[in-house]
Design a binder for this molecule. Structure first.
Ligand SMILES: Cc1cc2nc3c(=O)[nH]c(=O)nc-3n(C[C@H](O)[C@H](O)[C@H](O)COP(=O)(O)OP(=O)(O)OC[C@H]3O[C@@H](n4cnc5c(N)ncnc54)[C@H](O)[C@@H]3O)c2cc1C
Length: 474
C-alpha cells in the first residue's frame, strides 16, 4: 500500500517551477478554457492596470471577469503555481478527484448560471445504498438511507429549531438582527449541550456538525443554521448541497471565467504588502516587485489577511476577523482506493473519531473509491492508522492507496472551507464586506448567503466586490 500525504506545507516555494508565458489568443483560450498565465517578470510590462486582484480562486476570478467586462485592465496576482485556491483537482486510481471543493446543490443559482453560461454539464453523485451510523456502546450499526435520513431530519429539526425565524430571509442574514443577539454567540458544542441528547443521538449529531466545523467548539450555530435555511430548512435539503458535480471538475468554470476575462494572471506571485499612496494602491509581491493601480481587491481567504502588511493598517474589525479566522482549523480531505467491497456504503462517526464522514465515489473494477473527511485524531501520514480508521467503519474494506490534503497546513489557505466562529456574524460580517479606502475585500468567507464552504458564496462575494472596485476606480 502506498500513502500519499499531499500536504502543501512540504512544498517549498523555491522549488515551484515558474510557468512560462502562454500566448493563447483570447478566443482560443476561451474555447479551450485555458487561462493566459504570465510569469511575474512579464506582468509588470503588461501594465498600467486599472485594478489588481489578489488571489485567483473563484472570488478573484469573478472580480477579474466582471471588471474587464466594464473595460478595465486587470492584473491578478496569485501566490500558487496554479489557479483555483481551495478548488484543486487531482487524480487517484486514474480517476479525477477533488482535493478541495467539488459538489454543488440545487439551490445554488450562481453556480448553475455559470455552468450554463459556459455550456458545462453536471452529473449526480453516487447514491448511497447503506449507511453505517453510530450505535449503542460506541459501536456502529447499519441503516437504510431512508431510515437514517428520517432520524437525521428529526434530530436536526430540533437542533436548528428557531432558525426559520432568526433566518427568516437567509440571504439577508442580519434581517432579524433582533433575534440573533441571543444565538450568535453559541458554538455548535453549546447547542449540543443545550439539547441533552441521549448517547446515540448525541453521536449522530456531534459527528455531523463537527465535520463541517473542524471541531464543534469552533463553529457557530448560526453559521450552520443559515446554510440549513438557505437549503430549504430540512436536513435532507441541506445534504443535497453535496449532490451535484460539474463534468470536468469544479475548476472548469473558473478556467473559463479567467480565460474570458483576458486579465493578466501572474502565478507564483505571493502578495506581501498593500500600501495606499497618493490615490493609488501599491501592491508588493514576495521579492520586492511593486504593481500599482487605483484599486486592489483582496480575494484571499480571511485567514490570510494577517499575513499581509496593510498601510494604513486595517481597522480593528478586519484585524479581529483575520486573527480569529473563518477557515476551519481542521480540514483534511482523504481519498481512498479500497478493495474488499464495492458497495456504495457511507459512514458517519461521532466527534473525536479518526474519520468523521465517509462517502462512496466511483466504482472500480476491483473495488471502489471513497472520499473521507477526517478528524484531528487521525495522522494521515501514517498508512497503518488510515487503514485501521477505515476498517473501524467498514471491516471488509482494504485500503490499497490513498491521497490526503490537509488544508489547515496549506500556506495560502491556513484553514479549510469557512464557517463563521461564534459571534462573528453580528460583530464582523457587515463591516468586512465594506472597502477600506482603495482596498476591497472578496472571498467566500465574506459572503452574505452561502458563506464559507461554498463556491456559490465566493461567486456572490466576487460580484459584490467588482461593483465596489468599479465605483472606487471611477
Ligand atoms: C476540503 C474542502 C472541501 C470543500 N468542498 C466544497 C464543496 O464540495 N462545494 C463547494 O461549493 N465548496 C466547497 N469548499 C469551499 C470552496 O472550495 C471555497 O468556498 C471556495 O473555493 C473559496 O473561493 P475563494 O476564491 O473565496 O478562496 P480561495 O479558493 O481560497 O482562493 C483564494 C486565492 O488566494 C490566493 N492567495 C492567498 N494568499 C495570497 C497572497 N498573499 N498573494 C496572492 N495570492 C494569495 C490563494 O492561493 C487562492 O488561490 C470546500 C473547501 C475545502 C477546503
Amino acid at each position: 500500500m502506498t500513502g500519499n500525504g499531499d500536504s502543501t506545507d512540504t512544498r517549498a516555494s523555491s522549488r515551484v517551477t515558474r510557468r512560462t508565458l502562454l500566448k493563447a489568443a483570447g478566443a482560443t483560450a476561451l474555447t479551450a478554457g485555458v487561462v493566459t498565465a504570465t510569469a511575474p517578470s512579464a506582468a509588470a510590462d503588461a501594465g498600467p492596470f486599472d485594478a489588481i486582484v489578489v488571489g485567483a480562486g473563484y472570488a478573484g476570478g469573478t472580480v477579474a471577469r466582471e471588471l474587464t467586462a466594464r473595460g478595465m485592465k486587470v492584473l491578478v496576482l496569485e501566490a500558487r503555481d496554479r489557479i483555483g485556491g481551495r478548488i484543486e483537482p487531482g487524480t487517484l486510481a486514474g480517476q479525477h478527484v477533488e482535493l478541495g471543493g467539488g459538489w454543488f446543490g440545487p439551490g445554488q443559482n450562481l453556480v448553475a448560471r455559470e455552468l450554463s453560461r459556459y455550456s458545462l454539464t453536471t452529473r449526480e453523485d453516487i447514491h448511497t445504498t447503506r449507511m453505517v451510523m453510530p450505535g449503542v456502546g460506541g459501536g456502529f450499526q447499519s441503516h437504510s438511507p431512508q431510515e437514517a435520513g428520517a432520524r437525521l431530519n428529526t434530530l436536526f429539526a430540533d437542533f436548528y429549531a428557531g432558525s426559520e425565524r432568526y433566518f427568516e430571509r437567509p440571504y439577508e442574514p442580519l434581517h432579524r438582527k433582533d433575534l440573533l443577539a441571543s444565538v450568535d454567540s453559541l458554538s455548535l458544542a453549546d447547542r449540543i449541550s443545550q439539547l441533552h441528547l441521549s448517547g446515540v443521538d448525541h453521536d449522530w449529531v456531534s459527528g455531523a456538525t463537527s465535520v463541517f466545523a473542524g471541531g464543534n467548539r469552533f463553529g457557530s450555530l448560526t453559521g450552520m443554521a443559515q446554510w440549513y435555511q438557505l437549503a430549504g430548512g430540512t436536513y435532507d435539503q441541506f445534504l443535497s448541497v453535496m449532490s451535484l458535480l460539474p463534468e470536468g471538475g469544479m475548476i472548469s468554470v473558473l478556467e473559463r471565467m479567467l480565460a474570458e476575462s483576458g486579465a493578466t494572471v501572474s502565478l507564483n506571485s505571493p502578495v506581501t504588502a498593500i500600501r495606499e499612496r497618493g490615490g493609488l494602491t501599491q501592491v508588493e509581491v514576495s521579492g520586492g516587485r511593486v504593481y500599482k493601480a487605483p484599486v486592489v481587491v483582496v480575494a484571499t481567504p480571511v485567514n490570510m489577511w494577517s499575513t499581509l502588511t496593510f498601510e494604513p493598517g486595517l481597522p480593528q474589525v478586519y484585524a479581529d476577523a483575520a486573527r480569529e479566522g473563518v477557515g476551519v482549523p481542521h480540514a483534511t480531505k482523504l481519498w481512498l482506493r479500497v478493495r474488499g467491497t464495492s458497495e456504495a456504503v457511507s459512514a458517519q462517526a461521532p466527534e473525536g473519531a479518526p474519520i468523521l464522514l465517509l462517502i462512496p465515489q466511483a466504482q472500480l473494477p476491483d473495488g471502489r473509491l471513497f472520499v473521507a473527511f477526517t478528524g484531528p485524531s487521525l495522522n494521515v501520514s501514517d498508512p497503518a492508522a488510515v487503514r485501521a480508521a477505515v476498517r473501524g467503519l467498514l471491516p471488509e474494506a482494504r485500503v490499497v492507496d490513498y491521497r490526503a490534503k490537509e488544508w489547515h497546513k496549506d500556506p495560502y489557505a491556513r484553514g479549510g472551507w469557512g464557517l463563521r466562529r461564534p459571534g462573528q456574524l453580528l460583530r464582523q460580517l457587515p463591516r468586512i464586506q465594506e472597502p477600506f479606502g482603495r482596498v476591497v475585500f472578496a472571498g467566500g468567507d465574506t459572503a452574505s448567503g452561502w458563506h464559507g464552504a461554498f463556491v456559490e458564496g465566493a461567486l456572490e462575494s466576487g460580484f459584490r466586490a467588482a461593483d465596489q472596485a468599479a465605483a472606487i476606480a471611477g
